[in-house]
Design a protein around this ligand. Structure first.
Ligand SMILES: Nc1nc2c(ncn2[C@@H]2O[C@H](COP(=O)(O)OP(=O)(O)OP(=O)(O)O)[C@@H](O)[C@H]2O)c(=O)[nH]1
Ligand SMILES: [Mg+2]
Length: 438
């Protein structure tokens, strides 16, 4: 049994990327690797065989597009075929509807209720929540707290789930979107199924959404099947995609149930919900770093600053990097939410894991003050800063020398990260991969 689904897929891709040339034998070998990875990942065997036949046929018969190497052509086919299992995803329609959230214990149901409420609210719809998790005493309180932040009403507090749902639906009859949070369990037990069925019967939900923690990996397939058999799932939301999990289980979950992935959760914050995009998801799964998301985020988050962001992105890719660039980057990134989230999308993101993400904004303030007492030369070329300079800078800024040293450390670390982009081959590959122009 292969330990890590994402890793085995990645190694299959690497084989192609590193092979001196692409021939029939290599294609067959890679297809076999992928078959093994998918089957070990609990993906339906029939589906795997069909897909691998298609990959092999296309890779051997189709001609590469003009300007594309044979190698890139085969990678593209692999990508497309894997993406076709995941489907194109689906967004929830913007119409009057009832949504029921289900899933095992701690997968992120309640948090995701809030995120969805926020999502519809931002589209100008009237949203309400029903707390039908009557088993955990704090569940109602938790939902209430989330709802208060976004000014959305919640109905709950009673210990009878059916009653809560019935009364809540009456109360919120005139709302556009009503989202029902339900209880989790450690495993799919009979009483959970019974209760879920009862709630579904009363609520007639338009959507029955299974919430799955991306880190549960291959159990996702089995879980999805069980929930689908019990109440019929209409979509999956994959949470905690911001963590170490790459979400390989999603492939199995989707393949098992045929229900699409709707969104992915990328953090604990209420706005951390993203549209699911199969190709992008695979890039992340395969560890290529998702530059497209990074750049889109940058564009979205800083309207009016587009040019600057583009320049920064280009600088990041060019490997040139001064203290001012670092500051600018930190500023941009911190405006977009926790630094870590963006860092995760970068190929070297994992290396920044230990950084305390929320410190970034605080540090920015201090860094600004320190940088203000540096000379232009020092800002452009921090390598010239010697310990006598450090003392002078610290005095000028009214900080300790260790603060200045910290800034320089931070710079060197960022620079190292940026260096990963200065590798021309890597750059070209990434640019091509994501259809960007320099
Ligand atoms: N990092 C991260 N954490 C998340 C995400 N979604 C949920 N969480 C966290 O996961 C934990 C559990 O989330 P809940 O929403 O309470 O999960 P639940 O499924 O409602 O749990 P039960 O009601 O106890 O079954 C909380 O600490 C959340 O903050 C996500 O996308 N990213
Ligand atoms: Mg909950």
């Amino acid at each position: 049994m292969l330990k890590n689904f994402g890793e085995s897929l990645r190694s299959a891709f690497r084989k192609i990327a590193n092979a001196p040339f692409i021939d029939r034998d290599l294609i067959k070998e890679v297809v076999r690797d992928i078959q093994r990875a998918l089957i070990a990942g609990d993906v339906n065997v029939k589906l795997v065989l069909e897909m691998s036949k298609r990959i092999e046929k296309r890779a051997l018969e189709e001609k590469p597009l003009p300007g594309m190497s044979n190698r890139e052509h085969v990678l593209k086919i692999l990508h497309e075929e894997l993406a076709s299992i995941l489907g194109q995803g689906r967004e929830l329609p913007l119409k009057k509807q009832r949504i029921m959230m289900v899933g095992l214990y701690g997968q992120g149901k309640t948090t995701t209720c809030g995120k969805l409420a926020r999502f519809f609210q931002k589209k100008g719809m009237k949203v309400a929540l029903i707390a039908a998790d009557v088993h955990r005493p704090a569940a109602y309180e938790q939902l209430k707290q989330i709802a208060e932040k976004i000014n959305v009403p919640v109905y709950g507090g009673d210990s009878d789930a059916e009653k809560v749902v019935k009364e809540g639906l009456d109360k919120f009859a005139r709302y556009d979107v009503v989202i029902i949070d339900t209880a989790g369990r450690h495993a799919l037990e009979d009483d959970l199924i019974k209760e879920m069925k009862k709630i579904a019967k009363i609520a007639h939900p338009d959507e029955k959404i299974l919430v799955i923690d991306a880190s549960i990996g291959q159990q996702a397939g089995k879980q999805a099947r069980a929930f689908n058999d019990a109440i019929g799932i209409t979509g999956v939301i994959l949470t905690k995609m911001d963590g170490t999990a790459k979400g390989g289980g999603a492939l199995s979950a989707v393949a098992e149930t045929g229900s699409p992935i709707l969104y992915i959760g990328t953090g604990e914050h209420i706005d951390d919900l993203e549209k699911f995009d199969a190709i992008r998801f695979l890039s992340r799964l395969l560890g290529m770093g998702d530059l497209q998301t990074l750049i889109e985020k940058a564009e979205e988050a800083a309207k009016g600053k587009e040019k600057k962001i583009e320049e920064t992105a280009k600088k990041m890719l060019s490997g040139k990097f001064t203290l001012l660039d670092m500051y600018e980057q930190m500023e941009l990134l911190s405006g977009m939410g926790p630094f870590q989230k963006i860092a995760d999308l970068l190929p070297l993101g994992g290396k920044l894991k230990d950084e305390d993400v929320y410190e970034t904004q605080k540090k920015l303030k201090k860094f600004r003050i320190i940088m203000d007492s540096m000379t232009k030369k020092e800002l452009e070329n921090p390598n010239i800063i010697k310990s006598s300079h450090i003392k002078r800078i610290a005095r000028g800024a009214g900080v300790e020398t260790r603060d200045v040293k910290e800034l320089l450390r931070h710079y060197n670390m960022s620079k190292k990260l940026m260096k990963s982009f200065s590798n021309k081959k890597m750059q070209k590959k990434l640019m091509k991969q994501f259809g960007l122009k320099m």
